[in-house]
Design a protein around this ligand. Structure first.
Ligand code: GLN
Length: 278
């Protein structure tokens, strides 16, 4: 195993990942080798004849074996990006998804500074942090039921220099304030869909961040039943939703007396976001 170059490592990881039926095997190989060597991914080929140290080699091997078992790259590398911010991730938090960035955009397009905002089920803290970076003067609170998730969210707020007040709370339970904006990407996978999820998700991401009972509507019902007491007059709720849930959520919202319900689709044309309130 001695005198392995970057180029040889790239080849060997790529074929390992190909055999494991991973998509974009060479890109994933590059990410792992870049993370371990500290060489930017796009400069790896310029350094292809560089010989890896035995420590680098064993770390690359370890990480590659985890990836070949379909563990998500983000958990292996311990971080990802959301809205341009560096976000640390552990198996206690959901990996931030690119489609969630639109929820941030929606809020960003409708507000200016000096609002108060609550991010419910903050997980890694990605939504609250992105909004904090856009609106440095916004007063932001974030809640999650998981103390472990909050530990990561706190670190993420710190490394991105965003001030957020965190609460360990089952939705609104421990909260006492009122907000202009309530935002949430709660768990919304139904029991049946959960069985059909990709093994990368099902075997590695926290079940409690995904699963939301029969129909996947459990958290929306609770949020829409309770949010009135936590929203300032004229306030709005922004939610990410499942592709099949638009109609059901509109109905739930109407049943709880909410007006002005707007549903928007994601880039693939599926219902994905809802805004509720004036
Ligand atoms: N709010 C976090 C995110 O959007 C966590 C979501 C969750 O755990 N359901 O990534």
């Amino acid at each position: 195993m001695s005198f392995i170059t970057i180029s040889q490592a790239l080849t060997s990881l790529t074929s390992l990942f190909q055999a494991a039926a991973l998509s974009k095997p060479s890109l994933q190989a590059e990410h792992i080798i870049a993370a371990v060597t500290g060489i930017p991914r796009l400069e790896l080929h310029l350094n292809r004849n560089l010989v890896l140290t035995s420590e680098q080699l064993s770390e690359i091997k370890q990480k590659a074996e985890r990836r070949a078992e379909h563990e998500p790259l983000q958990y292996i590398l311990g971080e990802t990006e959301f809205y341009g911010a560096r976000i640390l991730v552990t198996p206690d938090v959901l990996i931030p998804r690119p489609e969630t960035e639109y929820l941030v955009d929606w809020v960003a397009s409708e507000y200016s500074e000096e609002q108060t905002l609550l991010d419910l089920g903050t997980g890694s803290g990605c939504i609250a942090i992105a909004l904090g970076l856009i609106f440095p003067n916004m007063i932001i609170e974030a809640a999650d039921i998981s103390a472990q998730a909050l530990e990561t969210a706190r670190k993420n707020a710190e490394i991105n220099c965003v001030k957020i007040n965190f609460h360990c709370s089952d939705l609104f339970e421990e909260l006492r304030n009122k907000y202009q904006i309530i935002i949430s990407n709660p768990p919304y996978i139904s029991t049946q869909e959960y069985q059909e999820l990709d093994r990368e998700i099902r075997d590695y991401e926290p079940q409690e961040a995904l699963l939301a009972g029969e129909g996947g509507l459990y958290y929306y019902r609770r949020i829409l039943a309770e949010a009135k007491d936590y929203l300032l007059p004229g306030g709005r709720i922004y939610l990410e939703i499942g592709a099949q849930q638009g109609k059901a959520i509109k109905k739930i919202a109407e049943n709880y007396g909410w007006q002005k319900i707007e549903i928007r689709s994601d880039l693939s044309g599926c219902d994905r976001y809802v805004r509720i309130g004036n």
